[in-house]
Design a protein around this ligand. Structure first.
Ligand SMILES: *[C@@H]1O[C@H](CO)[C@@H](O)[C@H](O)[C@H]1NC(C)=O
Length: 264
């Protein structure tokens, strides 16, 4: 019997992959135009031969400060990062349903380590590659699902948490510089991100009413997390990347790029 349940959980989680429409509510941030920077905000020089090292150290200096946010840069407190509600509709063959999450909190981002930066600026086009990793990320929150499996209707709900160890991120922002009101600004056209997780542990209650069966399902999920992660990743990235791109562009629309990377 539990095999059927495991198969069901497997299908339902892979089903997110087939999401039709997804809603994510991010905390509202007001981006106020930045007029000048205080001395403790790291900057780099465009002609610096070691600009990659300079940007790497600058990002590394900023990262722990994300815990409390940096209001002069319009950066809100990001650790813990509190997400509003998010929901995924999915329709995978015999399985139809929706998973909603709320009160989701992500911890650990401010412990991020910047491993490598490659910055290129040519003909007002910017291409960057940033390699970084976070030793541990903890995600916790509440979930609710409405699932229809053939004629069977299920409404699991409860609390969940996910511990991820050594999350490596390769980000490739691409954009162009433009002038406005005597300053140079950056507008990103593309932002590719590729997260890799070394290890992951998932916990949830309420998957099924019976706690013993719940544990069996958890064991199954934790054994096959790599497959589930691979199945979910493309859709998750497709959902998140436009949001991250928009937030990043709102950030750079308020902060002239020539204040961060000064002209020679
Ligand atoms: C996840 O939640 C369970 C149940 O509340 C708890 O026992 C466990 O410690 C939590 N895991 C983490 C990493 O917080």
């Amino acid at each position: 019997m539990w095999r059927i349940f495991c198969a069901f959980v497997f299908i339902s989680i892979s089903g997110i992959n087939a999401a039709e429409d997804v809603g994510i509510e991010l905390p509202h941030v007001e981006f106020k135009p930045v007029r000048e920077l205080s001395n403790d905000i790291p900057t780099c020089r465009e002609g610096d031969l070691n600009i990659n090292e300079c940007i790497k150290q600058g990002l590394q200096q900023i990262t722990p400060r994300m815990k409390y946010g940096i209001s002069e840069l319009n950066i809100p407190p990001l650790d813990p990062f509190e997400m509003g509600k998010s929901s995924y509709n999915y329709n995978a063959g015999v399985l139809q349903g929706r998973i909603s999450m709320k009160k989701v909190v992500v911890r650990g981002l401010s412990d991020g380590i910047v491993d490598k930066v490659d910055f290129r600026l040519k003909n007002r086009r910017v291409r960057m590659e940033i390699l970084s990793h976070v030793p541990q990320i903890l995600v916790e929150g509440f979930y609710k699902a409405d699932i229809k499996l053939n004629d069977l209707k299920l409404n699991p709900k409860g609390a969940f948490n996910i511990t991820m160890t050594n999350v490596a991120m390769r980000a490739r922002p691409m954009g162009e510089l433009f002038d406005r009101d005597g300053h140079t600004y950056l507008r990103l056209t593309k932002l590719e991100t590729e997260p890799k997780v070394e290890d992951l542990h998932f916990y949830a209650n309420g998957l099924v009413p019976d706690p013993a069966l719940n544990d069996v399902i958890l064991d199954f999920i934790n054994q096959y997390w790599r497959q589930l992660y691979q199945a979910m990743l493309p859709e998750t990235l497709a959902t998140w990347q436009p949001l991250i791109l928009k937030s990043t562009n709102d950030f750079f629309d308020a902060l002239p790029f020539d204040m961060l990377v000064t002209k020679n």
